[in-house]
Design a protein around this ligand. Structure first.
Ligand code: UGA
Ligand code: MN
Length: 414
């Protein structure tokens, strides 16, 4: 994917592209006739200068090579010990497998959904407030004599605001919990949000469940494993997860907003304030997409008239996964389509299935003038080397750290 491609990076929509073509023809005809007139009336030769040729080079949309490395791919073996974990719940939580396997000790099973003791299903009433802030929205702490003030903006805790369902695909790798931590700590700033953490694995990764135990963002854990034929280089990533999330939503949500948030992107919490207003489908710029540095709808007069993206590729909606949100009612009305397993065309296929016209899409982030989300990528770390079985490991803190790390096989299976 390093190959440089010269691609058309601007797509104009329907009626507008027609008008642009007409405009081009008119300008072309006038130019040619103007030139002829000049040639006829002047003895001098006319040196016609070619207008500066503007073109852009862009990388094809970055799809990192390799996909999950083979080691990671294999190392999603059932984590037999997770069932015996003592489970403390930091937030409303459900665990559900898309394969109808349910997990967790002391479980109550209701219609295929495993709920935890003391669990209360997110009903639309449970507006999320970060743990500390619920009692002390403005906390003052002293560290070495210098004061730190920690304030969380709770200006919009009303349960009447539509709930935001954030669907996050994730999979086992050394960075997984670090990515989820970063994302969770952004989501903690957002009221009335429900996080669907969907893991591409045969069984839940123990570290992820432990992480969720102390995570104060209301969430549901789902399994959404990709089948083998969708694994490897140049295969779509995160589709099975997103579809498991969408199926869950179909059964659990009647209203609200859907947003696909990959675990490795960077989100300004204000993007969630923006998408809460989505009536049908909204769109906004995403930074760090392709060599163009941004992927964005082109807005004129408050309407989306086209798209600026480094990889148009004949797509009707050349946008990034993080660049749009969908209203749940609208989604259900359009028969709740799933995302296609079509690498590079997942967003386009999904949006096309919603049968929305570009001019009906709501531009957010001040008419797409602000970047509030970035398609960041994390440098991949190799799985850690084996820890020795000596007393220095088994009888010290290292033994505890071990359970929080991803090791090279065969250790990862322990
Ligand atoms: C880009 C797009 O932003 C994705 O939405 C799209 O699914 C993907 O390309 C694609 O076309 O395949 P990119 O940053 O290149 O994403 O991919 P990753 O970040 O590696 O994966 C996207 C999401 O899927 C992440 O949340 C990741 O945790 C998850 N994923 C990845 C899995 O669940 N399983 C995997 O094997 C790999
Ligand atoms: Mn990514």
């Amino acid at each position: 994917m390093d190959e440089q491609l010269r691609v058309d990076h601007i797509k104009l929509c329907g009626r507008w592209s027609g008008m642009v073509a007409l405009f081009r023809t008119v300008v072309g005809v006038s130019l040619v006739s103007g030139l002829l007139v000049m040639l006829l009336w002047s003895e001098q030769q006319v040196g016609v200068k070619t207008p500066a040729h503007i073109h852009f080079h862009a990388h094809a949309r970055g799809i990192p090579e390799g996909g999950p490395n083979s080691q990671d791919a294999q190392d999603t073996a059932p984590d037999s010990s997770f069932q015996s974990l003592s489970v403390k719940f930091g937030a409303p939580r459900t665990v559900l497998s898309s394969h109808n396997i349910t997990f967790l000790g002391n479980k109550t099973v209701e219609a295929g959904v495993t709920t935890s003791p003391g669990h209360h299903e997110a009903t639309g009433q449970s507006s999320h407030v970060p743990a500390q802030a619920s009692h002390a929205p403005d906390t003052t702490t002293s560290i070495n004599g210098s004061k730190l003030v920690f304030t969380i903006d709770q200006s919009d805790p009303s349960p009447a605001t539509p709930k935001i369902y954030v669907i996050t695909p994730t999979y086992r790798r050394p960075e997984q919990v670090a990515e989820l931590t970063r994302l969770a700590q952004t989501l903690m700033l957002v009221p009335n949000l429900h996080w669907l953490v969907v893991e591409d694995a045969v069984a839940p990764t123990r570290r992820v469940l432990s992480f969720l135990d102390t995570c104060s963002v209301p969430h549901t854990y789902l399994l959404g494993m990709a089948s083998r034929r969708y694994k490897g280089a140049n295969k779509p990533r995160g589709v099975s997860n997103r579809n498991a999330g969408l199926k869950w939503l179909k059964g659990h949500a009647k209203e609200g907003i859907i947003y696909f948030a990959d675990d490795d992107n960077t989100y300004d919490y204000r993007i969630f304030q923006e998408i809460r207003e989505t009536k049908q489908v909204s769109m906004f710029p995403v930074g760090l997409v392709t060599r163009l540095g941004v992927s964005s709808p082109i807005v004129s007069g408050g309407k989306i008239i086209g798209f600026y993206d480094g990889w148009i590729a004949g797509r009707k909606f050349p946008v990034d996964m993080a660049g749009f949100a969908v209203n749940v009612k609208f989604y259900l009305k359009k028969n709740a389509p799933l995302m296609p397993y079509n690498v590079g065309f997942e967003e386009d296929g999904f949006l096309k299935a919603l049968k929305i016209k570009p001019e009906e899409i709501e531009p957010l982030a001040d008419n797409c003038t602000k970047i509030l989300v970035w398609h960041t990528r994390t440098v991949k770390s190799l799985p850690a080397l084996k820890m020795p079985d000596s007393d220095k490991v088994t009888k010290t803190n290292l033994n505890y750290l071990k359970s929080q790390m991803v090791f090279q096989l065969p250790y990862g299976l322990s």
